[in-house]
Design a protein around this ligand. Structure first.
Ligand code: COA
Length: 403
């Protein structure tokens, strides 16, 4: 047993965050711009939500995959981790590029993480913390050594830009963290996951799934946009943030006094301040950055984590709480002992090497697509031979890259 005396706990494994990154679209949309399109005011948005501006993916080529990939690359750079060694990629999103294939699989392909399993996790704004919980369980149980957790959203594509109740609140963006197994005590200490589906209708996109498939009528009725009962969500959020934080602290055998920093889901400044007040947490222990981003759903906590680190708000051995709530209804919290030393210099050449591997991943992906097309156009015997040759080439190529 280790802990306080610095020796490692025999055989125990811990999941530590070793890399982090964020990605945002280029276009900033201010409250003043929204005044031009709906009946609202900068004053109303600031006082009711705290939001000043948000990033919106106006470029149609930008989507949950492209943003998530950029955030993931940044996290791998910070960790200086070779993507070829990644075991698992969990992508949390409510605005996936497609119903399927999963956004996670497409990011895995873009990264060239050929060894990694990949899937999407759907728990709305709580999804990032849900994914941390899952990653922790996979690492601690010894099933994997490394997990990339990504939260990526392009909610602007699900917003009715004539609905002032929702369009002023949300923004686009992505954040990612790499978790790695370590014998050093710390990292993820506890996680809390919750759900109450009876509140599903309070925040939803009604159509486009199997209960209300897409028809001309659903499109005309705006049923593919986000619908929200803001007041009910507000009431739920202020209660559940408090309960989930307390539960995560209890499970980690910690008290409020042990907390160095809380990174809450960045939905509304009033929700955050009200819940943190109930917890007796002073302002300087709570990180808020929604002013500049709006509510980026599952991406809000990892984006805030990156900024907190950039601003020097997290130090080695700090006790960190991340807590979120969202559609479902869902909620999640985690207590983490931050055991990562401060910013490390990653040699420039290793960053370039990783970038080269992403270019190779793009070529590999195209080649695989092309070879499938060619295979389809051949007889089965010709196809088998060609498939075998290509598989050998790609395998050889992969080995050279990984050496
Ligand atoms: N500009 C101006 N007025 C607006 C507005 C806007 N963008 N959006 C709504 N209003 C109006 C409403 O129509 C309503 O008018 P009415 O009373 O005439 O019907 C009034 O403002 C409601 O104001 P208020 O009571 O102050 O609202 P609120 O304090 O509940 O704040 C929210 C509204 C949406 C900001 C707040 O409820 C909230 O943040 N809820 C949680 C939402 C959330 O976090 N969702 C994501 C969860 S992950």
């Amino acid at each position: 047993m280790a802990g306080s005396n610095g020796l490692h706990t025999l055989g125990r494994r811990y999941a530590h965050i070793t890399g982090w990154g964020k990605a945002l679209p280029d276009r900033i949309v201010t409250n003043q711009e929204l005044e031009q399109i709906v009946d609202t005011s900068d004053e109303w948005i600031r006082t009711r939500s705290g939001i000043h501006q948000r990033y919106i993916a106006v470029d149609p080529r930008e989507n949950a995959v492209t943003l998530g990939t950029r955030a993931a690359m940044a996290a791998l750079d910070v960790a200086d981790f070779p993507v070829s060694k990644l075991d698992l990629l969990i992508c949390s999103t409510s605005s996936p590029a497609h119903l399927f294939p999963s956004t996670g699989s497409l990011i895995q392909d873009a990264l060239g993480a050929t060894r990694a399993g990949a899937f999407d996790l759907s728990a709305a704004c709580s999804g990032f913390v849900y994914a941390i919980s899952l990653a922790n369980a996979m690492i601690v149980s010894g099933q994997v050594e490394s997990v990339l957790v990504i939260g990526t959203e392009v909610l602007s594509r699900l917003i009715d830009w004539s609905d002032r109740n929702t369009c002023v609140l949300f923004g686009d963006g992505a954040g990612a963290v790499l978790l790695q197994a370590s014998p050093v005590p710390g990292g993820v200490l506890s996680t809390v996951l919750g759900s109450d589906g009876s509140g599903g209708d309070l925040l939803s996109v009604p159509a486009g799934g199997t209960s209300m498939p897409t028809t001309l009528e659903t499109v005309a009725a705006g049923q593919h946009f986000i619908k929200m009962d803001g007041k009910a969500v507000f009431r739920f959020a202020t209660r559940i943030m408090v309960e989930a934080t307390r539960e995560a602290l209890d499970k980690a055998s910690m008290s409020i006094a042990d907390v160095n920093l809380v990174i809450p889901h960045q939905a509304n400044e009033r929700i955050i301040r009200s819940s943190m007040k109930q917890l007796d947490l002073p302002d300087d222990k709570v990180f808020i950055n929604l002013y500049n981003y709006g509510n980026t759903s599952t991406a809000s906590i990892p984006i805030a984590l990156c900024e907190a680190i950039e601003q020097g708000r997290l130090h080695s051995n700090d006790n960190l709480i991340m807590v979120g709530f969202g559609a479902g209804l869902t909620w999640a919290a985690t207590a983490i002992k931050w055991a990562v030393p401060g910013a490390r210099e990653v040699p420039r050449w290793r960053v370039s090497q990783r970038q080269a591997s992403y270019s190779l991943a793009r070529v590999r992906s195209r080649l695989l697509r092309y070879s499938r097309q060619v295979e389809n156009s051949l007889t089965s015997e010709e196809g088998d031979v060609l498939g075998e040759v290509l598989a050998q080439r790609i395998e050889g190529w992969r080995k050279t890259r990984d050496e």
